[in-house]
Design a binder for this molecule. Structure first.
Ligand code: MLT
Length: 264
């Protein structure tokens, strides 16, 4: 079995205390738990927060190349982690690929969730064009490595005018991601099924957060998706692109805090 995700970002309080709601923050592709570092600290004031790295990413990137996995496998890793922590029902938030995994989790383990937050993410599968793009990106990663992937992705990740410091932070995370993890995750994202109906039928309260300038999943697309999920709320993050937790951290923290605080 692959290593369980490592809760490197376990925040200010011990989530085993059982007194507070636990919020689990799942990272995007091809980055790692550090993408949530601003929220981990801020949300840690009110919740127990864990920010795991998926297998092959971040603190789990060392050692042998990661074997093939599906996004459902990553959801099962998260389930094992939550079981181990013994914290009861959690609020699960996923950024982009992390949201695809969170939706897979909600489809199979809805009773483990107080709420689901999809940030710059969606429940729908890849379009045929997106699937073709995955093949190109896999070839690029194999041929030219993670820095070529960073070159290709970074222009689409932030709103226009993102600071050089933010871009450098993102580049460092992408370049730290092993090529084997990049190619495996691309195939897993390409092959993910549509989780919209499963999430809609799960009965889990859903919050959709989307960057105003998200070039990957537009606010219009996010609203259309939310419209298929009974009761789903949408928060549009002014001034943010695809990685809104990095670009507009307080706004994303505030949206998650408000949603999670109201959950039973
Ligand atoms: C991500 O940010 O996780 C990726 O852009 C998701 C994707 O490629 O579909």
């Amino acid at each position: 079995m692959e290593d369980l995700v490592t809760p490197i970002g376990r925040a200010t309080n011990d989530p085993r205390s059982g007194n507070r709601t636990t919020v689990v923050l799942l990272h995007a592709f091809p980055v790692d738990a550090r993408v949530w570092r601003r929220q981990a600290t801020a949300l840690g004031e009110d919740f127990d927060v864990i920010t795991p790295d998926f297998r092959g990413f971040g603190a789990n990137a060392g050692g042998a190349p990661v074997g093939p996995f599906t996004l459902a496998d990553l959801a099962a890793d998260v389930k094992r982690l939550v079981d181990e922590l013994n914290v009861g029902r959690v609020v699960l938030a996923g950024l982009s690929m992390g949201g695809y995994v969170a939706a897979a989790f909600a489809a199979v383990y809805p009773k483990m969730l107080k709420g689901l937050v999809l940030v710059d993410s969606k429940t729908e599968p890849d379009s045929p064009e997106a699937k073709a793009g995955r093949a190109e990106m896999i070839a690029l990663a194999k041929e030219k490595g993670a820095s070529a992937v960073a070159d290709k992705m970074i222009p689409k990740m932030f709103a226009p005018g993102a600071s050089a410091a933010l871009v450098a932070e993102l580049r460092a995370m992408i370049e730290a991601c092993p090529v084997s993890t990049i190619t495996t995750a691309l195939a897993a994202m390409r092959d993910r099924p549509d989780r919209t109906a499963a999430v809609a039928e799960s009965g889990v309260p859903v919050l959709v957060v989307v960057g105003q300038h998200d070039a990957t999943i537009s606010p219009a697309a996010a609203r259309a998706m939310a419209g298929k999920i009974p009761g789903a709320k949408v928060v549009e993050v002014d001034g943010a692109g695809h990685l809104s937790p990095m670009e507009e951290p307080e706004k994303v923290t505030s949206a998650i805090r408000k949603f999670a605080s109201a959950l039973k």
